[in-house]
Design a protein around this ligand. Structure first.
Ligand code: GTP
Ligand code: MG
Length: 149
């Protein structure tokens, strides 16, 4: 099944929104395959944001992401990548719909609480960057038949 990489950024951790974000993905019906806290490094962030390293805002983005622990997660289920992005909301929180994570909890693009993979290919790449082999589990979700027809 499709997996996505969802990360709670340092502001989400500091502001105590971790549980709410996990709850939303659990309640949706997605399966939690990996979860940990981590202090990011410059090198890891340069790989994670490889398409953004030349942007003028990258140094600020890197310092923001280095400013405290992040929570790294892998969620699995039908169309988890695209649906995960919808659950996060638009990148700019002033444009994120109410009911989305960013729409409900933040205001500025440089403090937008969470990250979600933007393609299946990038999800695989990001899971490989943030997790070691063996940290991502395949397990039988006994609510499966109540979530999927
Ligand atoms: P992620 O799920 O975090 O990857 O967001 P995204 O895919 O919606 O946006 P993108 O990958 O283009 O940008 C990654 C992150 O960089 C955003 O979530 C913001 O935190 C930050 N960012 C993007 N654009 C800007 C900007 O113009 N200014 C600042 N300060 N930060 C930005
Ligand atoms: Mg992105």
């Amino acid at each position: 099944a499709e997996k996505t990489y969802i990360m709670i950024k340092p502001d989400g951790v500091q502001r105590g929104i971790v549980g709410n974000i996990i709850s939303r993905f659990e309640q949706k019906g997605y399966k939690l395959c990996a979860l940990k806290t981590k202090q990011a490094s410059k090198e890891l962030l340069e790989q994670h944001y490889k398409d953004l390293v030349e942007k003028p805002f990258f140094p600020k983005l890197r310092d923001y992401m280095l400013s405290g622990p992040v929570v790294c997660m892998v969620w699995e289920g039908k169309e988890a990548v695209a649906t995960g992005r919808k659950m996060l909301g638009a990148t700019n929180p002033l444009e994120s719909a109410p009911g989305t994570i960013r729409g409900d909890f933040c205001i500025e693009v440089g403090r937008n609480i969470c990250h979600g993979s933007d393609s299946v290919e990038n999800a695989e790449r990001e899971i490989g960057l943030w997790f070691e082999d063996g940290e991502v589990l395949d397990w039988t979700d006994h609510s499966f038949d109540w979530v999927y027809e």
